[in-house]
Design a binder for this molecule. Structure first.
Ligand code: HC1
Ligand code: SF4
Length: 573
């Protein structure tokens, strides 16, 4: 153990404890900007510098460890002056027009400058400006980048993709797309994790709120909105409502107040996806084609982008079932339009998603149908939705929980847990169990695939269903996924069915969710979905009466020619 003092308070900590951790252990938060636990501990910003009494030097607290007898001051006048100057230097390279910044009120640099009472920047401004393709779902504003390196580390260590890199030397050093590529060609999965880990407004999603508002303002356009399972766990985090007071019905109410004509829960089409995907799993199994195992889930577009660019030879292992978002878009423009006597060419289909990659999934040519537009015409992230609530001056206190619209009101708990890692797998196994045995399993029968919060991003299990033994895995995070695929390819692992989610913890931790700097909330949000599943009156997708009615009236049965035409894809293009 090591004994030292921090701000005159004695503290004893294990050897190799950083100054920042030691301070935290006695409730002293050392200000910082670039630090991310386990990902970015390199003191790039120098904001966490502290004074060591008896020396001339300031030491950065995030990457220096305490030593026996050290007397550390985190708030001496010397530290304060140094910290103010450091932040002023950073501001001299940062476009601080905060009033129009997407991260205003949720920006670590803005908070820090406010806390340090910085009212001017006495250094010459040198702001870097670079062109960027504003049509791409991920936007980078070089003028706001503070070179903290978080995006580089997150993309590299968490997602194994290395899309960003440092370039230049000295005062010209900066961050850019690696290997001088354009972002479109850089193999970006669009997971958005670099966005949620950026402390400022340098990275963001493309803002599509204007397209949504134009559609609801057009009297000749019918707007139908679906809301993803994970959105309900997080939408109110930045709006001042506690989770218990923020059910999905209030999201529906807010959307109606914004002018949406119809509102639906993507958990409904998650049920539909499972009908098709479980049927496909059983069929692939019955065919006994071992070379085609495992079957991979295909609902996460970040994962599908990753697979197509990194492991294109595995494309045929993807389930051909469209994602719930795309299935709902297809249903809206075909079955729903037909049943409600609506012109599909005047139907604008919107999806509120916790995800950036959903924007690119919706735009893929393969999802343009025989009507105007795409199956999904506009994707808004959870953050864009929260911004719309503010922009439309919707008073959160007036929102009421209203039901989704008919014909698709009913959702199962299995559809709801899609938003958490392991949830798609669990939902599919519940229905596959029914297909193979003719009976329903207990709701929590496959709970072993749920993440515990302590795991490494992969959960594995073997289940016996009737005479069949299934070896399954659920993985989240693309670096974890790469390790899993490499183990498969090397013959070190064998699975029949694998669920992949690009974002750690699944969609609940998606790149379009509200940002809490340096803090991961995915696991807690996921627990909320399992809580909703436990209390759901229906816990199996195949028991959803509205799904049954949809099959009765339009598709016949899972895997039918109509279902294959409208609800599946070959993933090409
Ligand atoms: Fe997801 Fe999915 S779970 S991919 O995270 O399969 O985005 O929530 O909507 O499509 O259902 C996202 C979430 C979402 C789809 C579903
Ligand atoms: Fe990397 Fe994901 Fe950011 Fe793309 S969106 S650059 S894959 S972290």
């Amino acid at each position: 153990m090591v004994n030292c003092t921090i701000d005159h308070i004695p503290v004893t900590v294990p050897a190799n404890t950083t100054i920042m951790q030691a301070a935290e252990s006695i409730g002293i938060a050392v200000p910082h900007l670039c630090f991310l636990k386990d990902l970015n501990e390199i003191a790039a910003c120098r904001v966490c510098a502290v004074e060591i009494k008896g020396t001339d030097r300031l030491l950065t607290a995030c990457n220096n460890v305490v030593a026996e007898g050290m007397a550390i001051l985190t708030n001496s006048p010397k530290v304060t002056v140094d910290r103010r100057r450091t932040v002023q230097m950073i501001l001299s390279q940062h476009d601080f027009r905060c009033a129009t910044c997407v991260r205003s009120r949720n920006c670590s640099l803005q908070d820090l400058a406010g806390d340090l009472n910085i009212q001017d920047v006495p250094f010459e401004s040198c702001i870097e400006r670079r062109p960027w393709n504003r049509d791409f779902p991920l936007i980078r504003d070089a003028a706001k980048c503070i070179k903290c390196m978080r995006c580089i580390q997150v993309c590299d260590k968490m997602q194994s993709l290395g899309v960003w890199d440092f370039e230049g030397t000295g005062s010209r050093s900066t961050v850019n797309v690696s290997h001088a590529r354009n972002i479109e060609d850089a193999g970006c999965s669009l997971c958005g994790q670099c966005v949620t880990h950026c402390p400022v407004g340098a990275l963001s999603e493309r803002d599509d709120t204007g397209r949504f508002l134009r559609a609801v303002m057009d009297p000749d356009t019918t707007v139908a909105v679906q809301v993803a399972p994970a959105v309900r766990t997080a939408w109110a985090e930045s709006l001042g409502l506690p989770l218990e007071a923020a059910p999905v019905g209030k999201i529906f109410d807010a959307l109606k107040k914004m002018g949406a004509d119809y509102v639906f829960d993507t958990a409904f089409s998650a049920d539909l996806t499972i009908m098709e995907e479980a049927n496909e799993l059983v069929a692939r199994f019955a065919a006994g084609d071992l070379a085609e195992r495992p079957m991979f889930t295909s609902c996460c577009p970040g994962w599908v982008r990753f697979l197509k660019s990194e492991y294109p030879h595995l494309e045929s292992r993807l389930s051909t079932a469209k994602s719930p978002m795309q299935m709902f878009g297809s249903v809206m423009k075909t079955a729903f339009a037909e049943d409600q006597n609506l012109d599909p060419n005047r139907l604008f289909s919107v999806a509120v998603m916790p995800c950036l990659a959903k924007k690119s999934e919706a735009e893929m040519p393969l999802y343009a149908g025989e009507y105007a537009g795409h199956e999904t015409d506009c994707v808004l992230t959870t953050r864009e939705f929260a911004r719309l609530i503010r922009a439309c001056h919707i008073n959160m206190a007036t929102l009421e929980a209203v039901p989704a619209d008919t014909l698709y009101q009913s959702v199962s708990g299995a559809g709801i847990i899609f938003g958490a890692t392991g949830g798609v797998m669990e939902a599919a196994l519940r229905t596959a169990y029914h297909t193979l045995t003719g009976r329903n399993c207990p709701g929590d029968h496959f709970a072993d695939v749920r993440a515990t919060g302590q795991d490494t991003g992969v959960t594995e299990a073997t289940f016996a269903i009737g005479d069949t033994s299934l070896r399954v895995a659920a993985v989240s995070g693309l670096a974890n996924t790469r390790r899993l695929i490499e183990a498969l390819e090397a013959g070190r692992a064998r699975y029949d069915f694998v669920e992949v989610m690009a974002c750690p913890g699944g969609c609940v931790g998606g790149g379009g969710q509200p940002i809490h700097d340096g803090e991961e909330r995915a696991f807690a949000r996921g627990k909320n979905l399992y809580f909703l599943d436990r209390g759901a009156p229906i816990r199996h997708c195949h028991e959803n009466p509205d799904i049954r009615a949809l099959y009765r009236d339009h598709y016949g049965e899972p895997g039918s020619p109509a279902a294959r035409r409208l609800l599946h894809t070959d993933h090409r293009h």
